[in-house]
Design a protein. Structure first.
Length: 273
C-alpha cells in the first residue's frame, strides 16, 4: 500500500492512501459538523408514528438550508437522502412510508457534501422505551466504536482497530458483521483504505498522520451473517437478530486522532433528549 500527498493526485480512488493537510482537515470538519448537527436535530423527530420518509425529507431540507447535498442521493442508483436501518436491518435501509413503532431501534446514516467534502456519520436512536436487550446491544456497539477510535493513532495498524472492536464485542457475546467496513472519505465518498471491524493486532496498513477515514462497526446480538434483500441495498441479519451501528469520521493526527463528527450537543448514546 502506498501513501500519497492528497494535493498531488486526481480526485478519484487510485487505491493509494491520501495524506491530508491541516487545511484539508479544517474543510472536512465543516462538512462533518453539519452532518453531526443534522443527526442532533433528528433526535427530536424519531418518535413512534413518524415515517422514515419524513426523516429523509428532513435530511434533504436541512442540507438544502445549509448549501449542502446528501451524498447518497442518486449515488449508484440510490434515491434517498439518508439510510434508515430498523431493528434487524444492518445497513442501507431505504426510507419509505413505514411508521416507526415504540420499541424499535433505528440507525440513521447521513453524509453531506459541503464545498466538495464529505461528512459521514451515523447514530442509533430509540423509538420510545426499548428492551434491555436492545439497550445492551447499543451500549456494546458504541463502546466498540470508542475502543476502535482509541486504537487509531500513528504507528498502529488498521488491524489494531479491528482487533479492539472484535475482542470487545465478542467478549459481550455479540458478533461483528464482516460484509461491510469503514473507508477513506474526503472529496470522495468512498476511498482507500478499507477499515475492517475485526482482525489481528499489528496487522494491515500502518496508520500515518493525515489519513482520514470512517470507523463504523455493525454489531449483532446473534450471528454475524447478513443477506441483501431484493431491492439491492437493504442488508439484514440472516437470523433476524437485532443489530446496531455507530459511525464517526476521524483524522489521524501527530499523536492520536481527531473525531470530526462529534455531536455539537454532546450526544453520545440514546436516548439523546
Amino acid at each position: 500500500m502506498t501513501y500519497v500527498d492528497a494535493s498531488t493526485v486526481p480526485n478519484k480512488n487510485t487505491g493509494a492512501i491520501k495524506l491530508f493537510s491541516p487545511q484539508d482537515f479544517a474543510e472536512m470538519k465543516k462538512a462533518c459538523l453539519l452532518t453531526a448537527t443534522c443527526l442532533d436535530e433528528l433526535s427530536k423527530l424519531v418518535v413512534p408514528g413518524v415515517t422514515t420518509q419524513a426523516l429523509d425529507d428532513f435530511v434533504f431540507q436541512f442540507g438544502k438550508q445549509h448549501n449542502a447535498v446528501p451524498a447518497t442521493l442518486n449515488y449508484r442508483g440510490y434515491t434517498k437522502s439518508c439510510c434508515t436501518s430498523i431493528n434487524h436491518v444492518v445497513c442501507h435501509g431505504i426510507p419509505d412510508n413505514k411508521r416507526l413503532k415504540k420499541g424499535d431501534i433505528v440507525n440513521i446514516d447521513v453524509t453531506y457534501i459541503l464545498d466538495g467534502w464529505h461528512g459521514d456519520s451515523s447514530r442509533m436512536y430509540y423509538v420510545g422505551p426499548v428492551s434491555r436487550a436492545a439497550e445492551r446491544l447499543v451500549e456494546v456497539t458504541y463502546r466498540s466504536l470508542e475502543l476502535g477510535i482509541e486504537a487509531a493513532k500513528p504507528g498502529n495498524h488498521l488491524g489494531d482497530i479491528g482487533y479492539a472492536i472484535q475482542t470487545y464485542a465478542e467478549s459481550h457475546r455479540c458478533s461483528v458483521v464482516r460484509d461491510f467496513c469503514g473507508h477513506g472519505v474526503n472529496k470522495l465518498f468512498h476511498d482507500a483504505p478499507n477499515v475492517l471491524h475485526y482482525g489481528h493486532a499489528g496487522s494491515g496498513v500502518e496508520l500515518k498522520q493525515g489519513m482520514i477515514f470512517t470507523i463504523e462497526p455493525m454489531i449483532n446480538l446473534g450471528k454475524p451473517a447478513v443477506k441483501i434483500l431484493r431491492d439491492g441495498w437493504t442488508a439484514v441479519t440472516r437470523d433476524r437478530s437485532l443489530t446496531a451501528q455507530f459511525e464517526h469520521t476521524i483524522g489521524i493526527t501527530a499523536d492520536g486522532c481527531e473525531i470530526f463528527t462529534l455531536s455539537p450537543s454532546g450526544y453520545t448514546m440514546p436516548p439523546y433528549i
